[in-house]
Design a protein. Sequence first.
Lengths: 168, 309
Amino acid sequence: MTDSKQVLGPDDVRRAVTRMAHEIIERNHGLEGVALIGLQRGGVWLAESLGVEIARIDHEIPVGSIDASLYRDDIGLRPVSPASVSEVNFAIDGSTVVLVDDVLYTGRTVKAALDAITDYGRPAAVQLAVLVDRGHRELPIRPDYVGKNLPTSATEEVVATVDGVVIS
Amino acid sequence: MKHFRSIDEAGPQAIRRLLDLADHMAEVNRRPNPKVPALRGKTVCNVFFEDSTRTRLSFETAAKRLSADTMNFAVSSSSVNKGESLRDTIETIAAMGVDAFVIRHKSSGVPWQVAQWTDASVINAGDGWHSHPTQALLDCYTIRTSLGRSESFEGLRIAIVGDIKHSRVARSDVRAFTMLGADVTLVAPRTLLPPVTDVPVVTTLDDIIEDLDVIYLLRMQHERMTESLVPSLREYTTRFGLTAERAARLPEHALIMHPGPMNRGVEMAVDPSELPGSVITQQVTNGIAVRMAVLFDLLGSGSNLEENE
């Protein structure tokens, strides 16, 4: 825990967000039907930053957030405390949902989020954007947009905020 | 938390946690598909030794929306009528594999007794005159959402009107409302007040009605008249019922609440659907959300693991 290392600084995070915003627009040939959904808690700030950046480059798109804690596969195995209430104030049916999270690790949170999204409607496609991919996947899930690939060991902890990425 | 049997046993921290959690459950309930997989594989058994349709249905709906399996134990068609003891009944059902019992019983304290006979969680759905904590929780949640009081009830003036003495709802509400900081006043004829209480009491509703943020009407049971605790229901209505004249004297923002089932023409002498402050249907809707919160907290949140560590 004493050995913490800053991997990305605030400027690196800002540049990564800008690049990912461009990639999202490029991959979807524009922004027709595209919406961002941040995963509570860590993905919400990133979804909002991407939303601001995308609005600056092109135009504003819907940004929501979901809490997937009621969909987790480890309920009862470890303490769960839902964060903020989910906010999806737009129609999911037929849209392209970009799920946004700060750190991609085992993939289980993303799996829970995919299940949660299904309960709001049937998107035409779901894509995944993460600031950090730290490896160690336990499910067949891969991100579409990555800020930084960061090889880690399972004992390390990765914290990604607007101020940077710290590994400890 | 292992059991949810009374407001005091749960304590302020858990009450606030459950109210926060109910926000999440209410969001689930607003969706086109109001169901989450959170309690898959868990079994909840409703054991109601006293008639109740709304509370039982509310618990059953709550469990189903969390994907738990439900069992209903109907006392009228059970071995209880063949003389089986409460303990044998509970142990038999527990042997079938139950994660939570939801219990209503005419005797106070039964949920504590039952908890000694099973490893399952016990939720009190009403025991005698003693306690009805999920009702208090849904009442708090309704006040909190309707008046925008998510932090505390500090300074809120709430009157509970009616048969306080025989009411487990009143007892639990007083504990929960005061725990969150509200100023609670009891309003009833002397014969329907408990002998000892630590909150202010008045015997004339008209004295305080203009200063209320919430008026909570209790069901006036007809038996109280045969027991000569009130001279007549008409007299009760004249002094304690919510009439059109009294409703007009309530502050504009004041909430009108009732735990149901209502006696129209007795404590509710006006059509509540014509009162803008009536949140009686919201109480019923919110009942599902808070019961989901309780079930998830006991069976799914892993808070037991924390306590064991």
